[in-house]
Design a protein around this ligand. Structure first.
Ligand SMILES: Nc1ncnc2c1ncn2[C@@H]1O[C@H](COP(=O)(O)OP(=O)(O)OP(=O)(O)O)[C@@H](O)[C@H]1O
Length: 290
């Protein structure tokens, strides 16, 4: 579970990618990916299917060599892959014993607390647990290793809506208690509102947007009003949607200028994380279609 990638070298930086590139045969899965994720953040890694999320995490975890650029991580890294690796014939208790053997640092109480929280039976073979329960065993192992950086590939995928909310809340609790940094990939963006405070958005292997989530959203406005080809204020149009006699625009406001004041009948509202991500994904899909 520990990473072979180099140290980030920078104070307060948990993960760093510098012109990172990875290709499978001749096809680039990740290209010119550059970012620094500050320590202590909960970062959402989002992008369409095949955008390169798993590839990025696998390279950052040191499990796959990059073809270009460099990657860095501060401290110990735990990575829970999409497959949620657990041994079918091992019980959850066996998996904890394995965790204690394999990890340099091991916090048994923390791992047990996670399993108890999600009511996962300790004495049942992992192969006989539900998909969601097996995921919880993989999470407990990662949490028990007390990583500095925890990377989770699609952690919410096998979970019911309530469990998703509880897992994200528990993760926030762990971040608060331990100061670890979390990077998690997901397609259920709406459920990261109030959880993630940093965003990395990948499209076709490239980093389309990245940064502090509040700052990113503050730079954007959603306008709804009468059908129009242009929004009521200047800015970069991220998305334009027209239905009947109504138009909605997601606009990136120009930097360094006062916030525009728009008159009725236009109504402005701050975009949600989901608004922003869906608009960006739609724009890249249209771009890819040409
Ligand atoms: N082992 C592999 N061999 C060849 N190509 C691969 C391999 N793994 C991934 N790819 C390709 O690399 C690109 C990025 O894949 P990756 O799994 O990183 O995307 P992703 O964003 O995690 O997708 P998803 O949301 O569907 O999980 C895709 O085009 C994929 O087909």
């Amino acid at each position: 579970m520990s990473t072979a990638v180099e140290s980030t070298g920078g104070a307060g930086v948990a993960l760093r990618a510098q012109a990172l590139g990875k290709r499978y045969r001749s096809k680039w899965a990740l290209r010119e990916c550059t970012f620094e994720l500050p320590a202590g953040r909960v970062a959402a890694l989002v992008g369409a299917n095949g955008a390169g999320k798993t590839t990025l995490m696998t390279v950052l975890a040191g499990l796959l060599d990059a073809d270009e650029g460099s990657a860095g991580a501060a401290g110990r890294v735990a990575f829970v892959s999409q497959e949620k690796p657990v041994y079918r014939h091992f019980t959850a208790a066996d998996m904890l014993r394995l965790g204690a053997r394999l990890n340099v640092v091991w916090d048994e109480a923390r791992a047990r607390r996670w399993l108890a929280r999600f009511e996962v039976p300790l004495d049942r073979a992992c192969g006989k647990l539900s998909g969601g329960q097996a995921s919880q065993v993989a999470f407990a192992l990662a949490i028990g290793s007390r990583p500095d950086v925890l990377m989770l590939d699609e952690p919410l995928a096998a979970l019911d809506p309530l469990a998703r909310r509880e897992v994200t809340a528990e993760l926030l609790g762990e971040v608060g208690e331990t100061g670890m940094t979390v990077l998690l990939s997901t397609h259920v963006v709406a459920e990261l509102s109030g959880v993630a405070d940093y965003l990395l958005l990948l499209a076709h292997g490239r980093l389309l947007a990245g940064g502090d989530l509040d700052e990113l959203l503050e730079r954007h406005v959603s306008y709804t009003g009468p059908r129009s080809d242009v929004p009521p204020a200047l800015g970069g149009i991220v998305e334009a949607r027209h239905t009947g006699n109504q138009s909605t625009f997601l606009v990136e406001l120009p930097e360094g200028q006062p916030r525009p004041v728009v008159a009725g009948p236009w109504v402005e509202r701050p975009p949600t994380l989901e608004d922003y991500v869906l608009a960006q994904l739609e724009a890249t899909r249209k771009g890819a279609r040409g």
